[in-house]
Design a protein around this ligand. Structure first.
Ligand code: SF4
Length: 411
C-alpha cells in the first residue's frame, strides 16, 4: 500500500484543472471518481454483456450513503455492484474491482482507485488524462522560482498552464455561481433519511436582530457555503474544490467578494487560479481524500485554498499568501471524517461554512503576522499527510467513529 501511494504522490504537478471538476455530488471520491472509472472501463469493453463492480474500504462502508452504486449504474446499467467490507491490505482506501463478462465468461478485470477530487488511477497504468506540467514539486520551489524570475504567483501559474486555462476557470466559476444561486433559492428536506431541512435560503434572507457588518459578512458567507453544500447533498451539479464534500468553501468566499464587495470577475478568476495551485500542491504532496487522511485533507485543503486565493485578491505579497494558506491548514490538522449515516450532511455542510469564515480570519492574521512565522506551508502539508496516515480508519470516511458512531448509538 505504501509503495503504491509513493508512486502516486512522487510525481510532478499536473494542471490546476485537476483540482476543479464539474460533476454531481455528494462525494468526488465516492461518486465522481467511480463514475469516471465506470466510463473508462465500459468504453474499453463495448463487446461485454454484463459487468460486476466490487467496492472495498471506504467505498464499501459509506458508498451506500454517498451514492456510489447509483453513480456507477448511471454509466453501466447491466452491472451488479457488491460491497466488500472485509478486505484488508488494499492499495488505497477507495479501491474498486471492475469485471467485464461476455456470454458468462470473464473477459477482463481492473483494479481502479478513486484517489480524491474525482481523479482515478488504474493500477499498473500511468494516468493519461492529466498531464504533468509544473517542474516544481512544492510551494517552496514555486516561491523560489517566482523570486528568481521576479514574477508574481499568478504570472507563474499562467506561464506554466496551457493558454486556455482562463477560459476553463470562467466555466468553473459559472458552475460555482450557479450552484450558489440555485441553493439560496431552494427549500425542502435533503435526501437520505436524516430529515435535515435546507437552511441556505433562511440564512441568506433573514437578518439577525441588530445585525452589524461583521455579522452580515458571516451570515452571507455561511448562506453561500450552505447553498452549495446543500446542492451537493442533493446530488446536484457542483465543482470539486478540491472535493465535492468541501465544494462550498471556495464559491462562498468568492461569491461574497464579487456580489457583495464588488470585486471584478476577472480578479476572481485569478484568485481561483491561486487557490487552485495551493490545492494542487496539497494533492501532489499529500492527499485531498477524506478516506485517506480524514476531513483535514478535504475541508482543510479547501480552507487553505480559499485563504490563499483571498490573500491574492486583496493584493497581498507572496509571503503573505503562503502564510494565509499555512495558517488555514494548520488549524484544521487532525480534523476527522465522520459523516453521520454515511451522508455528506452532518458535519459536512456546517463545516463548509465554518471553514470559509476561517479562510477569511487566516488572511487577517497573515496581514499582521507573516514576518513572525516559523512553519512553512510545505511543512504543514507534510504534517497533515503524516497525521492522516496515523489516523485510525474509524475517522477516515468509514462512518465508524466520531459523530457517526455517537449518533448511531443515540438512535
Ligand atoms: S466529514 Fe469532511 S471529509 Fe468527511 S464526508 Fe464530510 S466533508 Fe467529506
Amino acid at each position: 500500500m505504501h509503495l503504491f501511494k509513493w508512486l502516486i504522490i512522487r510525481v510532478r504537478m499536473k494542471s490546476i484543472r485537476s483540482v476543479y471538476k464539474i460533476g454531481n455530488g455528494p462525494s468526488s471520491s465516492h461518486t465522481v471518481g467511480p463514475y469516471n472509472a465506470a466510463n473508462v472501463f465500459k468504453k474499453r469493453h463495448p463487446e461485454a454483456d454484463h459487468f460486476e463492480v466490487t467496492l472495498f474500504g471506504s467505498l464499501a462502508f459509506t458508498g451506500a450513503g454517498h451514492g456510489t452504486e447509483k453513480a456507477i449504474k448511471t454509466v453501466i446499467e447491466n452491472c451488479d455492484v457488491h460491497f466488500d467490507k472485509d478486505r484488508i491490505g488494499l492499495p488505497h482506501p477507495n479501491t474498486m474491482l471492475f469485471k467485464a463478462f461476455k456470454d458468462g465468461k470473464l473477459i477482463d478485470e481492473k483494479t481502479i482507485l478513486s484517489i480524491g477530487g474525482g481523479s482515478i488511477v488504474i493500477e499498473g497504468e500511468e494516468s493519461s488524462d492529466e498531464k504533468e506540467i509544473y517542474p516544481q514539486k512544492n510551494l517552496t520551489e514555486i516561491i523560489e522560482e517566482c523570486k528568481k524570475k521576479n514574477i508574481s504567483l499568478i504570472d507563474f501559474i499562467y506561464q506554466n498552464e496551457e493558454a486556455d486555462l482562463k477560459e476553463y476557470l470562467y466555466e468553473i466559476w459559472n458552475a460555482m455561481k450557479a450552484a450558489v444561486e440555485r441553493g439560496i433559492k431552494t427549500e425542502g428536506v435533503l435526501p437520505g433519511g436524516l430529515n435535515i431541512s435546507r437552511k441556505a435560503k433562511t440564512l441568506f434572507e433573514k437578518r439577525c436582530y441588530n445585525e452589524d457588518p461583521d455579522t452580515t459578512l458571516n451570515r452571507k458567507i455561511a448562506a453561500y457555503a450552505y447553498a452549495v453544500s446543500e446542492e451537493n447533498a442533493s446530488e446536484n451539479i457542483v465543482v470539486t474544490a478540491p472535493t465535492c464534500g468541501a465544494a462550498g468553501v471556495i464559491p462562498s468566499i468568492f461569491y461574497y467578494m464579487e456580489k457583495d464587495r464588488g470585486f471584478p470577475e476577472e480578479e476572481i478568476i485569478d484568485a481561483l487560479a491561486v487557490a487552485g495551485i495551493i490545492g494542487n500542491v496539497i494533492r501532489t504532496n499529500a492527499s485531498i481524500s477524506g478516506a485517506e487522511c480524514g476531513c483535514q485533507a478535504e475541508i482543510g485543503s479547501a480552507c487553505s485554498m480559499g485563504a490563499a486565493g483571498l490573500a491574492h485578491l486583496y493584493g497581498l505579497s507572496l509571503d503573505e499568501i503562503e502564510y494565509a494558506a499555512e495558517v488555514a491548514m494548520e488549524h484544521n490538522l487532525g480534523l476527522t471524517c465522520d459523516p453521520v449515516n454515511g451522508l455528506v450532511q452532518i458535519p459536512c455542510i456546517e463545516r463548509n461554512a465554518v471553514a470559509a469564515m476561517r479562510s477569511i480570519s487566516s488572511v487577517t492574521l497573515s496581514r499582521l503576522l507573516y514576518q513572525t512565522r516559523k512553519i512553512s506551508f510545505d511543512e504543514v502539508i507534510a504534517t497533515m499527510y503524516k497525521t492522516g496516515r496515523d489516523m485510525s480508519e474509524k475517522y477516515r470516511e468509514t462512518s465508524h467513529g466520531g459523530l457517526a458512531e455517537i449518533y448511531r448509538n443515540k438512535d
